[in-house]
Ligand binder design. Sequence first.
Ligand SMILES: [Mn+2]
Length: 312
Amino acid sequence: MKIVLLGDQHLRAKTPVNRKDTDFSYTWKTKLQTVIDYCNKVKNIYAVIQVGDMFDSPDVSNSVIIDAIETYRQLPQVYCIFGQHDIYGNSEAAIKQSPISILESVEAVRIIPYKGLTVAEICETLIDNINLYGVSNYQSLEEFNDVDDTNYNILVCHHMICSEPLFTEQQHIKPNNLLEKFKHFKLIVCGDYHYRFINKYDNRFIINPGCMIRKSISKQDLSLEPSFIVFDTNTNTYEVIPYNFKPPSEVFDLNNIKEVPKDNSKILDFINNLQKQISTKLDWKEILTSSIKQTKPELLPIYNQLLEDLHG
Ligand SMILES: [Mn+2]
């Protein structure tokens, strides 16, 4: 069975700083059209797997969500998980506010569930004995029990898995260590790290398709050749299919480089790491409320008003 593997996408309407696109939605729709055309031509693609960070943030405009729905409906069944960019605060409590949940509710995608359910529920039987397991970024990569080795099990995860971290102290897992740890899976597909790698060990694969669109002028982004992967579970072979992409000099305004405004991804990483290290769930509102109560109780009305505004 052939499946298409799609990396981080970061769909949004606004053109990223330093890119030249006049209509960024047009840019990413054109990329996905390459996948649609490929699937229509090849015909025997049974499923599409998207590895999370489908959206650049949970508050993308409605037009982005509508365009994504219309685009994904033209593909074979899309299975996906959540990246930290898809959910407010990377918190399970905010899943319903994620654009991905809207896509699922109109049946444009299926979210791949994790292991906390019964075996019958976690296994998305695609065809014959192929099963999918999903570990979104807010979930931790623990050992899986009750996985039937006679199946062709595929694990999809959104965690920092790479050979070389992007910065010195970045927490990461080495691809081959994950293959070694999760022996029940014949194929592990991962996102989060934006650069493609394909590792094979003991006839099992770990693949990161790499991000679909170069977002920044970092050295890694400039040398990236955005592609998607077609994997054949019958033959255990793969093909790398490049999107139509132009050289960096045509994509980025390299003569007039602007500083990228700081986003909140470092804060999200921080919250995420804290959540992984404590057993109880962190509720930032509770923490902030109790801290304000203790230190500046006179600010509580303003804080409450802010919270109301935030939730519209
Ligand atoms: Mn990402």
